[in-house]
Design a protein around this ligand. Structure first.
Ligand code: NHF
Length: 500
């Protein structure tokens, strides 16, 4: 393969299938990856495209972004639950980045994307997207070598390529990659949901069967040509009982086709020197500008003007994110002089606890429930420290953003956090703080370690600079995906191929 991803003259073609893609639709980090990975791949000469649903409001967003949009006038038809569903296919493009948008009002009306309960009605949109993506390769002039699937919601594509009476014919030349972004979501269904989506032949011990239920991720682990997960450490953790969530044995026996590839960051979008959400832009060589922005923002946010550090937190308020060790740590840390700024939503219990703390400590903790993209940017650009005490973290994008924006991460040593943060006290080149034990006590001790360093301005500046200089762009990770695609397709390059 040459540097442009061209393999012996033929361009590698990859279709990414995902229920969410930023900035058109987003629930979590998956949406960001599906936007930025294909762009990075295109930069390497791979023709990487995306197929994703056109939920309500998506066309307006495409227009607002100034992307091109055209109706391909092609229709997709897939029969599910003894009914034929028809969808229109739109082609959106931003520069050379091509996205196929599937418009199906009945199935893709729910903007919240994932439902609490995976009943048949909740499953059909995902089944449609999974199967229609295969059909798409026949009706648009794009015939991929690889179909790249993301999480349980699109796992039915490779399950169908193996066990669906009609869709198994697609397995011929097409290879599949299944990426696990979060093994906590496995697409667990009652077995009788399989017949209506045509996947009943997959219901056996070497297919999707899982203690009498159907487990879609299990089927994809077996059915795909390659499995990836979003950091090397998480790829090891899911082979053990804690993070394996019941699938560790199966994953161990398929580890020959498993690879951990770290997610990258869209460094054009997440750039503190050009970010329009930040009133005073800065970079690593102008940290005094950051300091000015910090003073401005801390005041605006209603925090008092004391000397202690501000800890930022942006993300979903779920147990996975370590909220149950973070919340009990807040009071003692406030007494040590810390201030907090939270942005997120999720579990009503955690929301209530944070609200209560905000009432108890006005000026010391500011809580915004919900999501506000511009506020998120400002929190990254102004906090002294950024906390991520996750129970598990497949990759995590927030710590990468925090590093780039000069907020020093304090995180639990798990998954992608362990792969991307080097502890200041474990390594002279360190630029963050890690702890292993999942407890409020360890978290507090780690914050106090950071506080000691914070009190020494030149040391603190050095730590910030080291973090800001780290390169977490997609460059290296996209190259690893290119290698993987080549391996599974057998599309070998020239002998001069630098990536071989
Ligand atoms: O970064 C995108 C994201 C990860 O750690 C994150 C997670 C879900 O939990 O790959 O997926």
């Amino acid at each position: 393969m040459d540097i442009n991803g061209n393999s012996g003259g033929e361009k590698l073609k990859v279709l990414h299938v995902s229920p969410e893609m930023a900035p058109l639709s987003k629930v979590g980090g998956l949406a960001d990856v599906v936007y930025s990975l294909p762009r990075a791949l295109r930069f390497m000469g791979v023709d990487a495209r995306v197929v994703t649903p056109a939920y309500d409001g998506v066309f307006d967003k495409v227009r607002d972004l100034g992307w091109d949009l055209s109706n391909t006038r092609k229709l997709l038809r897939v029969s599910l639950n003894w009914e034929v569903f028809t969808a229109r296919v739109w082609r959106a493009s931003s520069g050379d980045h091509v996205i196929y948008l599937i418009e199906q009002e009945e199935l893709f009306s729910d903007k919240s994307i994932y439902r609490e309960n995976l009943d048949l009605k909740g499953l059909l949109p995902f089944a449609f997207l999974s199967l229609a993506s295969l059909e798409l390769t026949r009706i648009v002039p794009f015939n991929p070598h690889v179909i790249h699937l993301h999480d349980w919601g699109t796992s039915m594509t490779c399950i169908a390529m193996k066990w669906h009476p009609y869709f198994r014919r697609f397995a011929g030349d097409l290879r599949s990659v299944f990426t696990i972004h979060n093994l906590a979501h496995q697409g667990l269904l009652p077995a009788d949901h399989l017949q209506p989506i045509g996947l009943h032949e997959a219901f056996h011990i070497n297919g999707v069967e899982f203690y009498g239920m159907a487990n879609l991720v299990k089927g994809a682990i077996i059915g795909s040509d390659a499995i990836t997960t979003v950091s090397p450490t998480y790829s090891h953790e899911i082979q053990g009982p804690d993070a394996g969530m019941g699938l560790d044995g199966l994953i161990r026996s398929h580890s020959w086709k498993l690879k951990g590839i770290l997610n990258g960051l869209d460094t054009d979008y997440w750039n503190p020197s050009t970010d329009p959400a930040i009133e005073i832009n800065f970079d690593v060589s102008s940290l005094e500008q950051r300091e000015k922005f910090r003073s401005l923002f801390v005041k605006d946010a209603g925090l008092d003007e004391s000397q202690g550090p501000v800890i930022g937190s942006v993300g979903r308020l779920y147990p996975q994110k370590g909220m149950d060790i973070l919340i009990p740590a807040i009071r003692p840390l406030i007494h040590e002089g810390f201030r907090f700024i939270f942005l997120g939503s999720g579990d009503p219990y955690f929301q209530g606890e944070l609200d209560q703390l905000a009432r108890e400590f006005p000026g010391r903790i500011r809580v915004t429930l919900g999501y506000d993209e511009s506020l998120a940017h400002r929190i990254y650009g102004s906090s002294d420290m950024f906390v991520m005490p996750s129970l598990f973290e497949p990759c995590g994008l927030s710590q990468l953003i925090a590093l780039r924006y000069g907020a020093v991460p304090i995180a639990r040593k798990t998954g992608g956090l362990a792969d991307t943060i080097t502890d200041v006290h474990a390594n002279p080149e360190g630029y963050g703080y890690l702890f292993s034990d999942y407890s409020s006590h360890s978290l507090i001790r780690t914050c106090l370690r950071a506080l000691d360093d914070f009190k020494d301005p030149s040391r603190w500046r050095d730590i910030i600079e080291k973090g800001m200089k780290k390169d977490f762009s997609w460059k290296n990770s996209a190259l690893e995906y290119v290698k993987l695609y080549k391996d599974i397709t057998g599309l070998k390059g020239h002998s001069s191929d630098s990536s071989n």
